[in-house]
Design a protein around this ligand. Structure first.
Ligand SMILES: C[S@@+](CC[C@H](N)C(=O)[O-])C[C@H]1O[C@@H](n2cnc3c(N)ncnc32)[C@H](O)[C@@H]1O
Length: 192
């Protein structure tokens, strides 16, 4: 997607996009390493947007792995589908997407990669999305997302971090990726 098209969507959907630019390849690579996408069998991406993290996932995921991307913005979904024809995208809200549509009984994801703008979400929305998604993550599976350095001290950033601690087995952070705009680090949370 062109920068102009990204900016057009940003102007109309600032609250749900919540970023000034797509994630950089360096941040995408840090997320792939942290999540161990190269050995995943079922991958869920939240908010693929313009496909910055999706490109990295497509590069490293095993050929036999399944992928589902849940994206709220119809324009983005319309562009993602032809770009990644072997991957499945649903235009839906991660807060209330019904995972029984895509997972057979007993099936779970082993990796969740999130590009959602958690810091700009109110606590209730953070909680409902995590509450809808985390039960579908396998024991030992990992939930990975990023936070902009400095913004994680804002109320929304602090609330999100404390929710992650409450709702998962343990939370780790990576070193800062200074080359990202803005600089960012990765949260890696594991399920018990
Ligand atoms: C910051 S952009 C991230 C795009 C891309 N993953 C990246 O890292 O560059 C956030 C994306 O999350 C999507 N989004 C926001 N709220 C959502 C929700 N509740 N369910 C699904 N997608 C959502 C937005 O439409 C937007 O495309």
């Amino acid at each position: 997607m062109s920068a102009a098209a990204f900016i057009k969507e940003l102007r109309h959907n600032w609250k749900t996009i919540g970023a000034v630019a797509p994630s950089s390849p360096a941040l995408a690579e840090r997320m792939m390493e942290a999540a161990g996408v190269w050995q995943a069998r079922r991958i869920l991406e939240l908010g693929p947007g313009t496909g910055a993290l999706t490109t990295a996932i497509a590069d490293v995921m095993p050929h036999t792995a399944g992928y589902l991307g849940i994206e709220l913005n119809e324009t983005f979904v319309g562009q993602l589908r032809p770009r990644f024809p072997r991957m499945r995208f649903e235009c839906a809200d991660a807060r209330n997407f019904d995972f029984s549509q895509v997972l057979a009984a007993g099936e779970k994801f082993d990796v969740v990669i999130s590009g959602l703008p958690w810091t700009s979400f109110p606590r209730g929305l953070q909680q409902s999305i995590l509450g809808n998604v985390l039960p579908h993550l396998a024991p030992g599976g990992c939930f990975t997302t990023f936070a902009y350095w400095g913004f994680h001290h804002l109320p929304g950033g602090r609330q999100f971090r404390s929710l992650l601690h409450e709702m998962t087995h343990g939370v780790e952070t990576t070193r800062i990726v200074w080359g990202n705009l803005p600089p960012a680090f990765v949260y890696l949370a594991r399920m018990a």
